[in-house]
Write a protein that binds this ligand. Structure first.
Ligand code: HAM
Length: 391
């Protein structure tokens, strides 16, 4: 026998009935977005490598070690998209969307790729649903997006929300210097990976799961205490809108997102049932990204959530009520007629299944049971209709 194949490491097949649960989330997302005036956007599954290097940031884990990068036959370096925000900003600039009425509100759904060590809730190909609002820096856009994500995650177990503000590049850079100096004085207490990246990105130390590093970081100066007046006001306005909406959240000054483009608001939704990969979704404001990608200065804010993690965080689905009809044949000569009956039922808007094997009538009734239909039509001497619940 020939060698058999397996799906590549970190990928998975969606088998029936798994697809139904994913479709339910997609339906909910579409409804939420359409009611809030968002339009669907699709971008390619791969882009110029440089788009992510520049957009997501050279020093991030994503760019340093998680990208599926390859050369095409023309020698161009391409990368399977690890995230959707940089591609959408690329599209905003490329298609002159600044000329449309602002803000431009977009949502998306599709596969993303990161070369991470696979474990529960972490895959190399995963599905994100996301939303981006471009062309306004009003706090109401931030709050609208956060509320939408909380609505999408209704039904997930043990959801909590953390938010923070990263201010602007100027205050952040001054803070980074301050933090680097402060951590430098306590270098001996930090984990090796954190020490190795002190120069490049000292903020990532907040992300460390090393207990020694965590103890140091609890005492470290916080960026949120170094915001300038405008950024502090912006954050207060976002919080006030969330309070009005009745959304409970925690302000976490140590909240670090794994992408470099963020300014001002950042947020993350977690589920307590997910273990190590707890983040259901997250995002924030990225007021400098469009300009960084060659467009005119354009503020933006958005989020993305992982479908596979949402599914893990949802309770087991309950089976729906029985529906539809199974067309069974008790006499082989009526098979052709059964085919017509199934077609007629479908044309009349009734879900219908047809016996496609040569099972006995008993076997067919068992199959109808397994399929969970409400009625079975039996073509024998006569034309019988059996209610599967009452018999
Ligand atoms: P992110 O936090 O890198 O943000 O990813 C968003 C979500 O995607 C995560 O919270 C998680 O649920 C899911 N996810 C990420 N990596 C994996 C993986 N390897 N396996 C399974 N699920 C995963 C972004 O991607 C930003 N583009 C979000 C954003 C939009 N910010 C502003 N606009």
């Amino acid at each position: 026998m020939a060698d058999r194949f397996q799906a590549p490491k970190g990928t998975f097949d969606v088998l029936p009935p798994g697809a139904a649960a994913r479709e339910r989330i997609e339906r909910t997302a579409r409804q939420l977005f359409e009611h809030a005036g968002y339009f669907r956007i699709e971008t390619p599954a791969f882009e110029d490598t440089e788009l992510f290097a520049r957009g997501v940031g050279e020093s991030t884990d994503i760019v340093q070690k998680e990208m599926f990068t390859f050369e095409d036959m023309g020698g161009r370096s391409l990368t399977l998209r690890p995230e959707g925000t940089a591609p959408i900003c690329r599209g905003y600039v490329e298609h002159g969307m600044h000329k449309r009425s602002q803000p431009v509100k977009l949502w998306y759904w599709g596969p993303f790729f990161r070369h991470e060590a696979p474990q529960a809730g972490r895959y190399r190909q995963f599905t994100q649903v996301g939303a981006e609002v471009l062309g306004t820096d009003e706090p109401s856009a931030d709050a609208e997006l956060i509320v939408l994500l909380s609505q999408l995650l209704e039904g997930c177990r043990e959801v909590s929300v953390r938010i923070s503000s990263l201010g602007n590049p100027r205050t952040r850079s001054a803070y980074r210097d301050e933090l680097r100096d402060w951590l430098g004085a306590r270098e001996g207490e930090l984990s090796e990976p954190v020490r190795a990246r002190l120069d490049l990105n000292p903020l990532r130390a907040f992300d460390s799961d090393d207990p020694g590093t965590q103890a140091v970081m609890a005492e470290a100066p916080k960026l949120i205490d170094r915001l300038d007046d405008e950024d502090a006001e912006h954050f207060a306005a976002v919080r006030s809108l969330l309070d009005d909406a009745g959304l409970a959240y925690e302000v976490d000054p140590g909240l670090v997102r794994g992408l470099d483009y963020y300014t001002r608001t950042v947020f993350e939704f977690e589920s307590g049932v997910l273990g190590a990969q707890a983040a259901l979704g997250g995002g924030g404001r990225y007021d400098g990204l469009v300009e960084l990608l060659g467009g005119s200065p354009t503020p933006g804010v958005g989020w993305a959530a992982g479908i596979e993690r949402i599914l893990l965080a949802q309770p087991e689905p309950v089976e729906g009520p029985p529906r539809g009809v199974f067309v069974a044949v008790a006499k082989p000569e009526r098979r052709e007629e059964a085919f017509g009956v199934a077609n007629d039922l479908r044309a009349a808007g009734v879900a219908a299944e047809l016996e496609h094997t040569t099972r006995s009538l008993k076997g067919q009734l068992k199959q109808a049971d397994r399929l969970g239909v409400r009625h079975t039509v039996i073509l024998g001497e006569a034309f019988e209709l059996k209610d599967m619940e009452t018999g």
